[in-house]
Design a protein around this ligand. Structure first.
Ligand code: FMN
Length: 328
């Protein structure tokens, strides 16, 4: 019988499949259902920097400033004039109701006084914190190195403020992602989540205005985290969580083979319901039984770049022979 237990961020998980930070993970009944259907852990919906700022005396100004630079926050969670006390209450209720680890999520884009909230989240009982860090920087005078410096500083602030493990959820938009991950490792974080998925603004020809549309991912989007997990496995001493485009057991197994410690699911559970999680786990178990694997450690990373006979497959953006063979 296949054994699915997994260690992630130093925590013991009954399985490597996690309910990702999402609209689902804002409700206690969904969190309980996730545990019932075999989730290894849950990541709560993010507490956005905007919420924290909005609760402060500088609400107006700060909310405006951050909403401009972080459109993701507006889409997932329109800035509200509420403090983080509801969030702390969710952490406490989730901890009381669940046996699996509860990972809180902070969504921020710069170092700030809100690291104090990271402490409060830890005090509320969260087992770990996932820091989702990203901003849209449109200032032509701001070099990428300065943006990276701020990100690393923000993460280091949180890491220093709490004793519970910290993971960082990243975007794929870095010139040298591996270097950014190495810099984050230096701060002492325990893992990275690859990747967050961003909602890009569209333009409505009827309304003659930009519009934001909430769209769910498709399985083909999983190839981006698959590549980077395959590249980073064995190169950094961090846990790697795959996020984006993992919809079924095949998708989850591919990420584990590339080297993922765990996979996170949001879109597929939003579309198919939380019980779909059990199907994903059943598919993983059946595959392991067929291949004679008794634990995930036995095959995790066996198809990472370091292990495969054609390491170029992970690095080359285009394969010449594939491109030249397309005669239409
Ligand atoms: C409705 C919805 C809400 C989300 N809210 C958050 C959030 O609050 N914080 C966060 O880090 N990610 C959030 N995400 C992103 C997911 O955690 C995940 O990274 C992304 O959807 C890609 O994974 P998927 O292909 O499994 O959907 C949200 C996604 C969806 C669909």
């Amino acid at each position: 019988m296949a054994e699915l237990t997994t260690e992630y961020l130093g925590l013991q998980l009954p399985s490597p499949v996690i309910l990702a930070s999402s609209a689902l993970s804002n409700r206690l009944d969904n969190l309980v259902a996730a545990e019932e259907h075999g989730a290894g852990a849950v990541v709560l919906r993010s507490l956005f920097e905007e919420q924290i700022e909005a609760a402060s005396t500088e609400a107006e100004e700060a909310g405006q400033r951050h909403a401009e630079s972080n459109p993701e926050a507006r889409t997932y969670f329109p800035p509200q004039r509420v403090g983080p006390h509801e969030y702390l209450s969710l952490v406490q209720r989730a901890k009381k109701a669940l046996g699996i680890p509860v990972i809180a999520s902070l969504n921020c884009c710069a170092p700030g006084s809100w690291t104090g909230y990271a402490r409060q989240i830890a005090d509320a009982g969260a087992d770990a914190i996932e820091v989702n860090i990203y901003s849209v920087e449109a200032d032509p005078s701001l070099p990428g190195s300065e943006v990276e410096r701020r990100y690393v500083e923000a993460v280091a602030g949180i890491q220093a403020a709490v004793k519970i493990p910290v993971a960082v959820k990243l975007s794929p938009y870095f010139t040298s992602l591996a270097n950014v991950v190495a810099q984050l490792q230096q701060t002492g974080v325990a893992g990275v989540v690859l990747f967050n998925r961003f909602l890009q603004p569209d333009i409505s020809l009827e309304r003659m205005a930009p519009v934001s549309v909430m769209s769910l991912s498709t399985p083909s989007e999983a190839l981006l985290p698959l590549r980077w997990i395959g590249l980073l496995h064995g190169r950094v001493q961090l846990d790697l969580a795959a996020s984006t485009g993992v919809h079924d057991s095949a998708g989850a197994l591919k990420q584990l083979l590339a080297g993922a410690t765990v996979v996170q699911l949001a879109s597929t559970l939003t579309r198919n319901g939380v019980p779909h999680l059990a199907k994903v786990l059943q598919g993983i178990e059946e595959w392991m039984d067929r291949r004679g694997h008794s634990s995930i450690d036995e095959f995790r990373g066996t198809l990472s770049q370091k292990q495969v006979s054609d390491p170029g497959a992970f690095e080359r953006a285009q394969y010449v022979h594939l491109i030249l063979s397309q005669n239409i």
